[in-house]
Design a protein around this ligand. Structure first.
Ligand SMILES: [Zn+2]
Length: 243
């Protein structure tokens, strides 16, 4: 894996690896945990039945398996990738490397647990579920990050654990755009430069390996009391950006 791209081949990944692919021409990334045997466990919206591959997969009868009302789905690698490229999420990277990454959300400074532990957590959540999917508070990247590290944030900051939400919003960026400071920026080029820098900084500040408000939670304790809420401040911040 190089500094710029984490792209890998199918025969390079191992059980317990956090993998991802890009959907809709780089519009967003979709994340999962490779559990071996050409299978990926990933977290999706329950309501989106297009993720149900049960009747579509030509290769694996159990592809698309999920518990009723659970967004945690078992798919084969081919259905997960949909012919797109495969990437491997990096753990335990140095902060300097993290900052240098062109795209945020492809690595973390947090260390991964052992592959056995990761696969155990993942298969446990396939049976027990992972709460409600919420693009801002609980998404596929959060699921994979939790399976890899066991870390959850004590979340009162209004940002998701993964930074996928902050890449859309970015609290410092929202503050910048809504403040009179933007009038001081010289040109559209200047705005783009500043916002890219702000993006990197905010992404780093929300990295699960950097934040101090994270706790290690055993997967057995997680199931059953996984209560998630939408933060009104996040929605408000998003509206600032859209305007
Ligand atoms: Zn399949």
């Amino acid at each position: 894996m190089g500094l710029i791209s984490n792209r890998v081949q199918r025969n390079e990944i191992k059980p317990g690896d956090h993998i991802y692919t890009y959907r809709a021409v780089f519009a967003y990334s979709h994340h999962g945990i490779f559990v071996g045997g050409s299978k990926v466990v990933h977290f999706t919206r329950v309501v989106n039945e297009s993720y149900n591959h049960t009747t579509e997969c030509p290769t694996f009868p159990d592809c698309g398996f999920r518990q009723p009302n659970s967004g945690v789905v078992l798919s084969c690698l081919s259905c997960f990738l949909r012919n797109a490229s495969l990437y491997c999420f990096e753990y335990g990277v140095a902060p300097s490397v993290f900052i240098a990454k062109v795209r945020g959300g492809t690595c973390t400074t947090a260390p991964s647990d052992s592959s056995d532990t990761v696969v155990h957590r993942t298969m446990f959540l396939l049976q027990k579920g992972f709460g409600n999917y919420d693009v801002f508070q609980n998404n596929c990247e959060d699921f994979a990050l939790y399976c890899k590290t066991g870390l959850l944030t004590v979340d009162r900051l209004g940002v998701g654990r993964s930074g996928q939400a902050s890449s859309v919003i970015g609290a410092p960026l929202a503050a910048l755009l809504s403040s009179p400071l933007k009038l001081l920026l010289p040109s559209p080029v200047g705005v783009a430069t500043v916002t890219a820098g702000m993006y990197c900084i905010s992404r780093y500040a929300t990295d699960i390996g950097v934040r101090t408000d994270v706790v290690k939670v055993a997967v057995e304790d997680l199931a059953g009391n996984f209560v998630l809420r939408r933060n009104e401040d996040v929605v408000a911040a998003q509206n600032v950006i859209i305007r």
